[in-house]
Design a protein around this ligand. Structure first.
Ligand code: ATP
Length: 215
């Protein structure tokens, strides 16, 4: 079972901590405010009140034994930086940080934080993408460059096999799944023939995905 330490129990941190636990992970949730700690205490494996800016506090909690740490402090850049440094120095293998803005993101990247998320940007990007095109059902950002798009099969794909479409060579994307009313066909074979009503799940860089949207 994977183990996580979530530092900062605002709306974002508390939600991440609860969700990880629901997914069967072991979660230590931590905040400097005991009222917030109490609010999540029944939903996570352990909940502690403490100041993560203090490296000795993190050491005493055995932070280095966790597989992953999530720093969910948006507003206080200094606290977020110090905690990231502490976690890296203690040798936590994978550190994720919520950032408030682009400057915060760049600072965390420089410190060697493994993954930085700006939740508002991610959600805004996803919403804009789905609103800008009537046919986008979902978009999942994998990195700044790559994503996964869910679109109804374009009209001229219907009746053709994946091999015939040759989208990897022609458009630079991969069809990773095909969904219809009854099932999801993950990693469909090259001989799969696309049917009316199929939903295509396509992986590629954002430029290529935009081309798919316009088909
Ligand atoms: P939200 O997720 O609600 O939008 P936010 O990202 O704005 O919140 P903040 O309010 O900046 O987050 O802080 C998140 C939490 O981090 C707060 O509950 C705060 O008490 C906690 N926190 C701040 N500094 C520390 C620290 N040094 N150690 C532990 N927890 C801290």
């Amino acid at each position: 079972m994977k183990t996580y330490i979530v530092i900062g129990l605002g709306r974002f941190g508390a939600e991440v901590a609860r969700k990880l636990c629901e997914l069967g992970c072991e979660v230590l949730a931590m905040d400097i405010r005991s009222d917030l700690v109490n609010q999540v205490a029944n939903d996570v494996t352990h909940a502690v009140t403490g100041n993560a800016q203090d490296k000795e506090v993190l050491r005493a909690l055995g932070a280095s034994n966790f597989d992953c740490a999530i720093i969910a402090i948006g507003e206080d850049l200094a606290a977020s930086v110090l905690i990231a440094m502490n976690l890296k120095e203690l040798g936590v293998p994978y550190v994720v940080c919520k950032a408030h803005d682009e400057i915060h993101r760049r600072v965390m990247k420089k410190l060697g934080v493994d993954r930085v998320v700006i939740p508002e940007n991610e959600v805004a990007g996803k919403l804009a993408r789905s609103l800008s095109s009537h046919n986008v059902l979902d978009y999942i950002e994998l990195s700044e460059e790559y994503g996964i798009l869910e679109v109804p099969a374009p009209g001229n794909w219907v009746g053709k096999t994946i091999l015939e479409l040759n989208v990897r060579a022609k458009l630079g994307v991969n069809i990773i799944a095909v969904k219809n009313d009854t099932k999801t066909n993950v990693s469909p074979s090259a001989n799969y023939r696309i049917a009316e009503g199929d939903i295509m799940v396509v992986l590629g860089d954002n430029k290529a995905l935009e081309a798919v949207q316009k088909l």
